[in-house]
Design a protein around this ligand. Sequence first.
Ligand code: 13P
Length: 246
Amino acid sequence: MKILAFNWKLNPLTEREALSLSSLSDRKDVILFPPAVFLDAIVQRTKRAEVGVQNLFWEAEGAFTGELSPVMAKSLGVRWALVGHSERRRYFEETDEMVNKKIKAAFAAGLNVILCVGEPRSVRERGIRAARAFIRKQLVSDLSGIRSSEFKGRDLAIAYEPIWAISEGAAHHPSDTPKDSAEMAKFIKQTLSPKPYPLNPKVLYGGSVNAKNIAAFLRPKEIDGVLIGGASLQKKELVKILSTKS
Ligand code: 13P
Protein backbone atom coordinates (compact mmCIF):
# COMPACT_ATOMS: atom_id res chain seq x y z
CA MET A 1 0.00 0.00 0.00
CA LYS A 2 1.48 3.33 -1.05
CA ILE A 3 1.01 6.26 1.34
CA LEU A 4 -0.81 9.47 0.47
CA ALA A 5 0.24 12.10 3.02
CA PHE A 6 -1.40 15.51 2.88
CA ASN A 7 0.36 18.48 4.44
CA TRP A 8 -2.17 21.30 4.64
CA LYS A 9 0.41 23.80 5.96
CA LEU A 10 -1.40 26.94 7.27
CA ASN A 11 -4.73 26.07 5.61
CA PRO A 12 -7.74 26.05 5.53
CA LEU A 13 -9.09 28.97 7.54
CA THR A 14 -12.04 27.29 9.26
CA GLU A 15 -12.77 24.02 11.06
CA ARG A 16 -15.73 23.46 8.76
CA GLU A 17 -13.50 23.45 5.69
CA ALA A 18 -10.95 21.29 7.48
CA LEU A 19 -13.58 18.67 8.34
CA SER A 20 -14.90 18.67 4.82
CA LEU A 21 -11.38 17.94 3.48
CA SER A 22 -10.71 15.27 6.10
CA SER A 23 -13.99 13.46 5.45
CA LEU A 24 -13.16 13.28 1.73
CA SER A 25 -9.71 11.85 2.54
CA ASP A 26 -10.74 9.35 5.22
CA ARG A 27 -8.96 6.25 3.91
CA LYS A 28 -6.48 3.91 5.48
CA ASP A 29 -3.66 4.79 3.04
CA VAL A 30 -3.96 8.50 3.98
CA ILE A 31 -2.07 10.49 6.63
CA LEU A 32 -3.44 13.99 7.26
CA PHE A 33 -1.32 16.84 8.60
CA PRO A 34 -3.80 19.62 9.50
CA PRO A 35 -3.00 22.79 11.45
CA ALA A 36 -2.78 22.04 15.19
CA VAL A 37 -6.01 23.89 16.05
CA PHE A 38 -8.02 21.37 14.00
CA LEU A 39 -6.31 18.21 15.26
CA ASP A 40 -8.83 17.29 17.92
CA ALA A 41 -11.89 17.69 15.69
CA ILE A 42 -10.26 15.72 12.89
CA VAL A 43 -9.00 12.89 15.09
CA GLN A 44 -12.51 12.58 16.55
CA ARG A 45 -14.16 12.31 13.17
CA THR A 46 -11.75 10.27 11.05
CA LYS A 47 -12.17 6.51 11.09
CA ARG A 48 -9.53 5.23 8.68
CA ALA A 49 -7.02 7.98 7.93
CA GLU A 50 -4.24 8.62 10.44
CA VAL A 51 -3.50 12.12 11.67
CA GLY A 52 -0.20 13.89 12.31
CA VAL A 53 1.24 17.16 13.59
CA GLN A 54 3.12 19.42 11.17
CA ASN A 55 5.60 20.36 13.88
CA LEU A 56 6.31 19.71 17.56
CA PHE A 57 8.61 20.75 20.38
CA TRP A 58 11.19 18.48 22.00
CA GLU A 59 9.98 19.07 25.57
CA ALA A 60 6.82 17.39 26.85
CA GLU A 61 5.70 20.25 29.14
CA GLY A 62 6.87 23.40 30.88
CA ALA A 63 7.36 27.12 30.36
CA PHE A 64 7.57 27.14 26.56
CA THR A 65 4.87 29.54 25.42
CA GLY A 66 3.24 28.63 22.15
CA GLU A 67 4.91 25.25 21.67
CA LEU A 68 3.30 21.92 20.81
CA SER A 69 4.05 18.95 23.05
CA PRO A 70 4.55 15.50 21.51
CA VAL A 71 3.02 13.90 24.60
CA MET A 72 -0.10 16.08 24.38
CA ALA A 73 -0.42 15.33 20.66
CA LYS A 74 -0.18 11.61 21.35
CA SER A 75 -2.83 11.84 24.04
CA LEU A 76 -5.22 13.42 21.51
CA GLY A 77 -4.92 10.37 19.27
CA VAL A 78 -2.33 11.79 16.87
CA ARG A 79 -0.13 9.07 15.33
CA TRP A 80 2.47 10.93 13.25
CA ALA A 81 4.81 13.91 13.37
CA LEU A 82 6.20 15.73 10.36
CA VAL A 83 9.69 16.89 11.27
CA GLY A 84 12.21 19.09 9.44
CA HIS A 85 9.99 20.46 6.69
CA SER A 86 11.99 22.91 4.56
CA GLU A 87 9.54 25.71 5.40
CA ARG A 88 10.32 25.22 9.11
CA ARG A 89 14.03 25.15 8.40
CA ARG A 90 13.78 28.29 6.25
CA TYR A 91 11.25 30.52 8.02
CA PHE A 92 11.79 29.35 11.61
CA GLU A 93 15.51 28.65 11.43
CA GLU A 94 15.25 25.03 12.48
CA THR A 95 18.68 23.45 12.46
CA ASP A 96 19.61 19.79 12.03
CA GLU A 97 20.29 19.70 15.76
CA MET A 98 16.75 20.86 16.53
CA VAL A 99 15.32 18.42 14.01
CA ASN A 100 17.26 15.61 15.69
CA LYS A 101 15.86 16.55 19.12
CA LYS A 102 12.33 16.68 17.71
CA ILE A 103 12.62 13.21 16.15
CA LYS A 104 13.85 11.75 19.44
CA ALA A 105 11.04 13.45 21.37
CA ALA A 106 8.42 12.26 18.89
CA PHE A 107 9.62 8.66 19.11
CA ALA A 108 9.85 8.85 22.89
CA ALA A 109 6.21 10.01 23.01
CA GLY A 110 5.14 7.09 20.83
CA LEU A 111 4.64 8.99 17.57
CA ASN A 112 5.77 7.84 14.13
CA VAL A 113 7.89 10.30 12.18
CA ILE A 114 8.08 11.58 8.63
CA LEU A 115 11.43 13.33 8.33
CA CYS A 116 11.61 15.82 5.45
CA VAL A 117 14.87 16.33 3.58
CA GLY A 118 15.60 18.15 0.35
CA GLU A 119 18.27 20.18 -1.39
CA PRO A 120 17.98 23.84 -2.47
CA ARG A 121 18.14 24.82 -6.13
CA SER A 122 21.72 26.12 -5.83
CA VAL A 123 22.88 22.63 -4.80
CA ARG A 124 20.91 20.78 -7.45
CA GLU A 125 22.37 23.08 -10.10
CA ARG A 126 25.77 21.64 -9.21
CA GLY A 127 24.52 18.19 -10.23
CA ILE A 128 23.01 15.03 -8.82
CA ARG A 129 26.19 14.09 -6.89
CA ALA A 130 26.10 17.38 -5.01
CA ALA A 131 22.40 16.83 -4.27
CA ARG A 132 23.11 13.34 -2.92
CA ALA A 133 25.93 14.62 -0.70
CA PHE A 134 23.57 17.28 0.69
CA ILE A 135 20.85 14.72 1.41
CA ARG A 136 23.29 12.28 3.02
CA LYS A 137 24.55 15.04 5.33
CA GLN A 138 21.00 15.98 6.33
CA LEU A 139 20.06 12.36 7.04
CA VAL A 140 23.18 11.66 9.07
CA SER A 141 22.80 14.85 11.17
CA ASP A 142 19.04 14.59 11.62
CA LEU A 143 19.15 10.93 12.65
CA SER A 144 22.30 11.18 14.73
CA GLY A 145 22.15 8.94 17.80
CA ILE A 146 18.88 7.32 16.75
CA ARG A 147 19.15 3.55 16.95
CA SER A 148 16.48 1.28 15.55
CA SER A 149 16.62 -0.88 18.67
CA GLU A 150 15.65 2.09 20.88
CA PHE A 151 12.57 2.88 18.86
CA LYS A 152 11.11 -0.50 18.13
CA GLY A 153 7.51 -0.33 17.07
CA ARG A 154 7.77 3.22 15.69
CA ASP A 155 7.69 4.00 11.98
CA LEU A 156 10.16 6.29 10.31
CA ALA A 157 9.50 7.53 6.80
CA ILE A 158 11.65 9.97 4.85
CA ALA A 159 9.97 12.56 2.63
CA TYR A 160 12.29 13.64 -0.14
CA GLU A 161 11.17 17.16 -1.01
CA PRO A 162 13.62 19.06 -3.22
CA ILE A 163 13.10 22.66 -2.10
CA TRP A 164 13.10 24.01 -5.66
CA ALA A 165 10.19 21.70 -6.55
CA ILE A 166 7.89 22.77 -3.72
CA SER A 167 5.17 25.01 -5.04
CA GLU A 168 4.69 28.32 -3.31
CA GLY A 169 1.31 28.96 -4.79
CA ALA A 170 2.45 28.99 -8.41
CA ALA A 171 -0.07 27.17 -10.58
CA HIS A 172 2.44 25.36 -12.76
CA HIS A 173 5.50 24.85 -10.65
CA PRO A 174 7.97 22.25 -11.97
CA SER A 175 8.13 19.01 -10.03
CA ASP A 176 11.16 16.74 -10.02
CA THR A 177 10.99 13.92 -12.58
CA PRO A 178 9.70 10.54 -11.35
CA LYS A 179 12.97 8.98 -12.63
CA ASP A 180 15.25 11.33 -10.66
CA SER A 181 13.14 11.16 -7.52
CA ALA A 182 13.11 7.35 -7.69
CA GLU A 183 16.92 7.42 -7.95
CA MET A 184 17.09 9.65 -4.89
CA ALA A 185 14.65 7.41 -3.01
CA LYS A 186 16.92 4.45 -3.76
CA PHE A 187 19.94 6.43 -2.57
CA ILE A 188 18.15 7.36 0.69
CA LYS A 189 17.28 3.70 1.32
CA GLN A 190 20.85 2.64 0.67
CA THR A 191 22.17 5.36 2.97
CA LEU A 192 19.89 4.24 5.79
CA SER A 193 20.06 0.50 5.31
CA PRO A 194 23.24 -0.26 7.27
CA LYS A 195 22.87 -0.45 11.00
CA PRO A 196 22.50 1.50 13.30
CA TYR A 197 19.80 3.39 11.44
CA PRO A 198 16.16 2.38 11.61
CA LEU A 199 15.93 -0.29 8.98
CA ASN A 200 14.01 0.04 5.74
CA PRO A 201 12.36 3.43 6.10
CA LYS A 202 9.66 4.17 3.56
CA VAL A 203 10.53 7.03 1.22
CA LEU A 204 7.89 9.48 0.01
CA TYR A 205 8.28 12.10 -2.71
CA GLY A 206 6.96 15.62 -2.25
CA GLY A 207 7.08 18.75 -4.40
CA SER A 208 4.25 19.85 -6.69
CA VAL A 209 2.58 16.44 -6.84
CA ASN A 210 -0.91 16.83 -8.30
CA ALA A 211 -3.71 14.87 -9.95
CA LYS A 212 -1.88 14.87 -13.28
CA ASN A 213 1.54 13.61 -12.19
CA ILE A 214 0.74 11.48 -9.12
CA ALA A 215 0.46 8.19 -11.02
CA ALA A 216 3.96 8.66 -12.48
CA PHE A 217 5.42 9.35 -9.02
CA LEU A 218 3.71 6.34 -7.46
CA ARG A 219 4.84 3.95 -10.19
CA PRO A 220 8.55 3.42 -9.28
CA LYS A 221 8.99 0.68 -6.68
CA GLU A 222 11.51 2.82 -4.75
CA ILE A 223 8.84 5.45 -3.99
CA ASP A 224 6.50 4.33 -1.22
CA GLY A 225 4.11 7.26 -1.40
CA VAL A 226 3.74 11.00 -1.81
CA LEU A 227 3.56 14.05 0.45
CA ILE A 228 1.25 16.61 -1.13
CA GLY A 229 0.68 20.23 -0.16
CA GLY A 230 -1.37 22.58 -2.35
CA ALA A 231 -3.21 19.99 -4.45
CA SER A 232 -4.59 18.24 -1.35
CA LEU A 233 -6.51 21.42 -0.45
CA GLN A 234 -8.41 21.69 -3.72
CA LYS A 235 -11.42 19.42 -3.65
CA LYS A 236 -11.50 18.59 -7.37
CA GLU A 237 -7.80 17.77 -7.36
CA LEU A 238 -8.16 15.81 -4.15
CA VAL A 239 -10.91 13.59 -5.56
CA LYS A 240 -8.77 12.80 -8.60
CA ILE A 241 -5.70 12.16 -6.44
CA LEU A 242 -7.69 9.73 -4.31
CA SER A 243 -8.94 7.89 -7.37
CA THR A 244 -5.40 7.27 -8.68
CA LYS A 245 -4.43 3.61 -8.84
CA SER A 246 -1.02 2.93 -7.38
P1 13P B 1 3.29 21.26 -2.72
O1 13P B 1 2.63 19.94 -3.02
O2 13P B 1 2.33 22.39 -2.57
O3 13P B 1 4.42 21.54 -3.69
O4 13P B 1 3.97 21.12 -1.28
C1 13P B 1 4.84 20.07 -1.05
C2 13P B 1 5.16 20.07 0.40
O5 13P B 1 5.87 20.92 0.89
C3 13P B 1 4.53 19.00 1.22
O6 13P B 1 5.10 18.96 2.48
